[in-house]
Design a protein around this ligand. Structure first.
Ligand SMILES: C[S@@+](CC[C@H](N)C(=O)[O-])C[C@H]1O[C@@H](n2cnc3c(N)ncnc32)[C@H](O)[C@@H]1O
Length: 216
């Protein structure tokens, strides 16, 4: 954890990060959602950015599916997560690990990407910052690039919210306090307003969804 940070997120603690990683594979339908996300990435992509990469799980799937990738950036602000990602990618010269808090603007020097992906990370931002980040994502995409976000979204009713938590084996009362869930429709609308095309929710099960859009 950074000593300079007066308000560290729970994600920057080893306990929280490792607890998530020990359960990540147990999320129902996860593989299905990840495959739908991978299907949206065009053939031949060369530069890929993973926002909130954690231990690099999603980026690894992208690299496995797309041998065309020449350079990938794994971005996160959690030292324990980045330590895990560094171990995963120590032999892979294509991957650069970047420590950055995406509640702040994305560094300009990241450059532009053919695909920007994210998994279960952006919902930790305020809604205002989510929208701003989507705009920055658009600016950091090459033409015909894609943004794919496998995300934890809000339920339309409290009953469905409880149903989701029970389905994943957790009590709603124990929900991660850093969650700032937002409905799918609002996020799709934002992407369209920003200029993305072919925007859609490509997959959804209760509170997890894959949303994506392309830069013309
Ligand atoms: C639920 S984990 C998901 C990790 C990984 N994407 C996966 O699917 O397994 C959320 C990730 O988002 C990162 N994260 C949350 N807020 C962030 C922020 N403001 N800036 C950068 N990363 C953030 C956390 O450190 C954590 O690695």
């Amino acid at each position: 954890m950074s000593k300079e940070d007066p308000n560290p997120s729970e994600w920057q603690t080893k306990k929280h990060a490792l607890r998530y990683l020990s359960r990540a594979h147990k999320l129902p339908h996860r593989t299905e959602a990840e495959n739908v996300l991978l299907d949206q990435i065009p053939h031949g992509v060369q530069r890929v950015l993973d926002l909130g990469t954690g231990d690099g799980r999603l980026l690894s799937l992208v690299l496995d599916r797309h041998s065309s990738v020449k350079e990938a950036v794994a971005l996160d602000f959690s030292e324990p997560m980045l330590a895990k990602a560094s171990i995963r990618y120590q032999e892979d010269k294509r991957v650069r690990i970047v420590r950055h808090d995406f509640s702040q603007p994305l560094p300009e020097d990241l450059g532009c990407f053919d695909a920007i992906v994210s998994s279960l990370a952006i919902h930790h931002l305020t809604h205002e910052r989510k929208r701003q980040l989507y705009l920055e994502v658009f600016r950091h995409l090459n033409s015909f690039g894609v943004f794919c976000n496998f995300e934890h979204v809000s339920s339309p009713t409290e009953n469905l919210h409880r149903k989701f938590f029970l389905a994943i084996g957790q009590l709603p009362e124990k929900e991660d306090p850093s969650n700032k869930l937002l409905d799918v429709e609002t996020q799709l609308q934002w992407l369209r307003e920003i200029g993305f095309v072919d925007v859609d929710c490509f997959w959804k099960w209760l509170e997890i969804a894959v949303i994506a859009g392309f830069k013309p």
